[in-house]
Design a protein around this ligand. Sequence first.
Ligand code: PGA
Length: 252
Amino acid sequence: MSERPVIVGNWKMHLTPAETTAYIERFLPLIGSAAASRDVVLAPPSTSLHAAAAALAGSGVQLAAQNSHWEEEGPYTGEVSPRMLEEIGCRYVIIGHSERRGLFGETDRRVNQKVRAVLRSGMTPIVCVGEQSSDKAAGRTREVVDAQLTLSLANIRLEEDERLVVAYEPVWAIGTGQNASPGDAVEVHNFIRNELAASYGRERADRTEILYGGSVSAANAAEFLSARGIDGVLVGGASLDPETFSAICRAA
Ligand code: PGA
């Protein structure tokens, strides 16, 4: 379990380059020195990554992409490759977010290809898993999360210098204002960590950051961030306001 919390702001399809620059100009003074003791990460849309990289230079705040293709280059109209993201300054890539799975047909096999590609480019994948409300109602949370995790990481060895982050995001909690209870999240995090230990060994599992995501707010962030087994948070809606997101970062 990581001593250094990871707080990721997933802006989804929000904020143009000009809006991104304005956001970061407000955000940096608000977090002050907090970025020195936490991994604070912003994930703007691809078109705003360049502006974000320029505005964040020297701040210690890291950049993530929200998605990536699995090839370095090629005839893939509309896609962006890991190599392009790495060169623009991304250190992380969110892979397999439930919106990509649900709205854009992303399968576990694709997630697996993307995780490999991101690792090959020297960046850290943030692999998202989580159950639907019907799975939860049927008591199938572990089964679903286990299948996603196993297939997403199939045949990936993880070299010593490669880092993996997993985000547990129950789909029913995303954008609904209905967060999982920290206690329930901890149970799933422990389950995920044990699964990782079975594949990669205990030491590796212990240093894999497992984040909670789904209706994290300034009001509930501290509770998640202080729970043992929760190494950070992946924040959607509440990351769009610099005041709110800086409060979440400082809560860690
Ligand atoms: P939310 O989104 O914080 O708006 O629920 C989380 C996410 O989709 O990563």
